[in-house]
Design a protein around this ligand. Structure first.
Ligand code: SF4
Ligand code: SF4
Length: 224
């Protein structure tokens, strides 16, 4: 599973991966370019939960107000993407020249201009640099691990890896049941488990684990 924050249509699988100690020549110029015209910002359940906590609204209300729900054509998973401001085409959290939810911004935003790829079996995480690189040139560049630490990406890496593994398994189940009469009901139930059944006062990860434990036998029964 690849987090694809990009805008240039690159083939992400072909980009060279960078190791934790590698440097890349980048410093954000604060131009806001990655917040304008963004129609590709797909949210994970953890992304939605973090935004919901930041706004003090339930995940379902945030999704209804700011996102479009759709069935991802390749994975057949229910997914959410942030919808842009219809007047400007910009992200609706882009206010003035800054992100109004900066501390709770989605993973794709925190990563940009990096991308992340997670092996769905081993949960190994790899990073790559999108090209052409935005920002300004630096002397000596940034070490990947420092960049990931500063952007709080390492703090959430375990959750993101588990999300990728679980979503891959669910995708396989849904693809195998694409013609089943209860397919639509199964998708709705998966969407609840991935995105909506979360109490904001409790940590995300234990709830995610519990949701998936409850979901699996339900899915098997529904799609039998
Ligand atoms: S969530 Fe914040 S960082 Fe991400 S595109 Fe929107 S304004 Fe930019
Ligand atoms: S990450 Fe790049 S596009 Fe986004 S504000 Fe910084 S320099 Fe601009």
């Amino acid at each position: 599973m690849t987090v694809e924050p990009g805008r240039s249509g690159e083939n992400w699988d072909d980009l060279p991966r960078i190791a934790a100690g590698d440097s890349f020549d980048f410093a954000c110029a604060g131009c806001g370019g990655c917040c304008r015209g963004r129609r590709d910002l797909v949210l994970s359940g953890y992304d939605l939960y973090r935004i919901a906590r930041r706004l003090g609204l339930s995940p379902r209300i945030v999704a209804g107000a700011f996102c479009k729900s759709y069935l991802a054509p390749q994975t057949l998973l229910p997914a959410l993407r942030l919808t842009p401001d219809p007047r400007t085409g910009n992200c609706r959290f882009f206010e003035g020249s800054a992100c109004a939810i900066h501390a709770a911004r989605p993973l794709a935003c925190a990563l940009y201009p990096l991308g992340q790829s997670i092996d769905p079996v081993t949960a190994k995480i790899e990073y790559y640099v999108q090209t052409p690189l935005c920002g300004v040139q630096t002397d000596g560049g940034r070490v990947l691990n420092d960049y990931l630490t500063d952007a709080a990406i390492l703090d959430r890496a375990g959750i993101d890896a588990r999300w990728a593994v679980v979503c891959t398994r669910l995708s396989e189940q849904l693809q195998a049941a694409a013609d089943h009469p209860h397919f639509a009901a199964a998708v709705k139930r998966v969407e609840r488990a991935l995105y909506y059944d979360y109490e904001l006062g409790d940590d995300f990860y234990p709830q995610f684990q519990q949701n998936i434990e409850i979901l699996q036998p339900l899915l098997e029964k529904l799609l039998a």
